[in-house]
Design a protein around this ligand. Structure first.
Ligand code: CMC
Length: 379
């Protein structure tokens, strides 16, 4: 066996062979199953894209209808899961609520053999169907309200906005939100996907796999960055404060949220699409006070860090879109999770086809043969 050098963060080390998605970080290309993200954002829907990611091909019309109907049928959650959520502290972060609730699903759906295609399909359907309902339910519960039941007349994206805001969204809002879900659905070997795959490799149940991934997505270096971007724009407060803010970050060796990527060395293609979506929403619903700050921040970062390949990532403009849709800051990352469930499930399914438990090695840097010191002799 070839022994590789240690690379912090496993940078550049392949952890899987996968045909699900592809990124060219120099050219700014992202493909799902070979199809460019720009084309999917324009022509597909989130559910169709989820099907493509998980089953590897675009569904026929009949297959897509059947898949969408199954998901519609399974959107409701057990009243006991709602009751459990009512016991969560209302100031707790919605990502913690989601991770706990996703794991709790495993209590209700008996484990079956992982080579049973029917079990795989049911798990895929249940997770895609119920995760949005759980995110919306926690939002209403923490406000002191009863969760709203899913509305069967609404499609996936519109139904989520309806359950969250208690209002039917406009067609533009539902369409924009659906595109956001498509954009975030999958992104090769990122931290949460790796986490899902490590958990999957032990052959545990799919609810545990998704709970693992949700916990990993929550951090500010990963999915949590979209929430941090809005907090940062609020802190900057005005266009005039942008460059002093960046200078302060440089002086304090602090990262500017929503910029930089392990793989992309140019502007993330999803960021460009999200910026366009934000502009469409501003044209219909009025501009956002933070958009000018964001534009100036992008320019300042390009001036200072462009040569180093630090450009806006997917999290930079998504928060401005969600804010315009009336979504609170701390739900941005749970919404990322709603979408990324598709990618995690695709990798789970792919992993099961050729599973081997993850068991990397380490380079031991400690001592050997250390004598045990009795407690009374320790200083
Ligand atoms: N602001 C300022 N400097 C940066 C930034 C940034 N946002 N990102 C990277 N750098 C610098 C970093 O200081 C380092 O400089 P030097 O070589 O002088 O030490 C160099 O670029 C390489 O950075 P790194 O942290 O070693 O790169 P990484 O590949 O380990 O980290 C990253 C990638 C995304 C964690 C990082 O760019 C970052 O922390 N960005 C801010 C948080 C963020 O926006 N996260 C969302 C990532 S995209 C969506 C997702 O994964 O969920």
């Amino acid at each position: 066996m070839t022994v590789c050098e240690y690379r912090p963060g496993l940078e550049g080390i392949p952890a899987a062979q996968s045909s699900i998605s592809f990124v060219d970080g120099q050219k700014g290309i992202l493909e799902y199953r070979g199809i460019r993200i720009e084309e999917l954002a324009e022509k597909s829907t989130f559910l169709e894209t989820a099907y493509l990611l998980i089953w590897g091909v675009l569904p026929t019309g009949a297959e897509l209808d059947e898949f969408a109907d199954e998901i519609r049928y399974h959107r409701r959650i057990k009243y006991r899961i709602e009751d459990m959520m009512k016991c969560f502290p209302e100031k707790g972060h919605p990502m913690d609520a989601l991770q706990t609730s996703a794991a709790a699903l495993g209590l209700y759906y008996a484990r079956r053999a992982l080579d049973n295609p029917e079990y795989i399909r049911q798990a895929v359907v249940r997770l895609l169907a119920k995760i949005p309902t759980m995110v919306a339910a926690f939002q209403l519960i923490r406000k002191g309200n009863h969760p709203i039941q899913p509305n069967d007349s609404l499609d996936y994206a519109a139904n989520f906005l309806y359950m969250l805001t208690e209002k039917r969204p406009t067609d533009l809002a539902a369409k924009v939100f659906d595109v956001c879900l498509t954009l975030h659905a999958e992104h090769t070997m990122n931290a949460s996907t790796f986490s899902a795959m490590v958990t999957a490799s032990t052959l545990t149940d799919p609810y545990g796999v998704i709970a693992s991934a949700v916990g990993t997505l929550a951090g500010p270096l990963h999915g949590g960055a979209n929430e941090e971007v809005l907090l940062m724009l609020e802190e900057i407060g005005s266009v005039a404060n942008v460059r002093p803010y960046v200078e302060k970050c440089i002086a304090n060796k602090q990262k500017v949220m929503g910029f930089g990527h392990r793989v992309y060395k140019v502007k993330d293609p999803r960021s460009t699409i999200l910026q366009n979506l934000a502009e469409q929403l501003f044209a219909e619903l009025g501009s956002d006070e933070y958009y000018d700050i964001a534009l100036e921040l992008e320019q300042a970062m390009v001036d200072i860090y462009g040569e180093k390949g630090i450009y806006p990532n997917v999290d930079f403009y998504s928060g401005l879109v969600y804010r315009k849709l009336g979504i609170p800051n701390d739900l941005f990352t749970p919404i990322f999770a709603i979408s990324r469930v598709a990618g995690w499930l695709a990798h789970w399914k792919e992993q099961l086809n050729a599973n081997r438990i993850f068991r990397p090695t380490q380079i031991y840097t400690g001592q050997h043969e250390v004598p045990y010191t009795p407690i009374e002799q320790r200083s």
